[in-house]
Design a protein around this ligand. Structure first.
Ligand code: PNS
Length: 165
């Protein structure tokens, strides 16, 4: 129990984070404000071939979330709801940028609810500055020598540069 007498609400924020962008950080900041604890769950096994191995994705996330004491970073394999249960999570947090995100997010949320009805998916909107931002586009920009400043934290900018140079 928390000092206010309610059971602490643990939210799980899952994703590939390949790499973490300022849009993800915006959502982490919003999530950390309203949930007692936020666990950022980094998917280890991606169908898509990641640019950064999971340990680097975690390192970058740890560095950029250092100041938030109620934010933890962890990797996961297998079913997200199993990870959520193991961490005492009652909420899955996902960001929705545009209508185009909605269908995929709806399917995922409904499937997760079917497997584990006790866990609720909560959607939040990132700041409008980040509504067009994705890890995929950031990687494409970096590969083609475009500017990624302002789209990702400085540590990610450096790592992106060293990957593509
Ligand atoms: O932000 P992303 O990269 O689209 O993240 C997708 C992710 C990792 C959250 C999603 O693929 C996932 O939850 N994978 C775990 C497997 C799982 O639980 N599947 C059943 C729910 S559809």
């Amino acid at each position: 129990m928390s000092p206010t007498g309610h059971k602490p609400v643990v939210a799980i924020y899952p994703g590939s984070f390949d790499p973490v962008t300022n849009g993800h950080l915006d959502l982490i900041a919003r999530g950390a404000m309203i949930f007692d604890k936020l666990v950022v769950a980094v998917a280890r096994n991606l169908d898509k071939d990641p640019m950064f191995p999971v340990n680097e994705r975690i390192e970058m996330l740890e560095a950029v979330t250092f100041d938030w004491k109620n934010v933890e970073i962890d990797a996961f394999d297998g079913l997200l709801v199993d990870f959520a249960r193991a961490h005492g999570g009652s909420v899955i947090l996902r960001g929705i940028r545009a209508v185009s995100d909605y269908e995929y997010e709806l399917q995922m949320a409904m499937m997760n609810r079917k497997i584990e009805p006790q866990i609720e998916t909560v959607f939040m909107l990132p700041g409008e500055t980040y509504s067009y931002l994705s890890s995929r586009l950031v990687k494409e920009l970096a590969r083609l020598g475009g500017p990624v400043k302002g789209l990702v934290p400085p540590i990610v900018e450096e790592r992106l540069r060293s990957k593509v140079d």
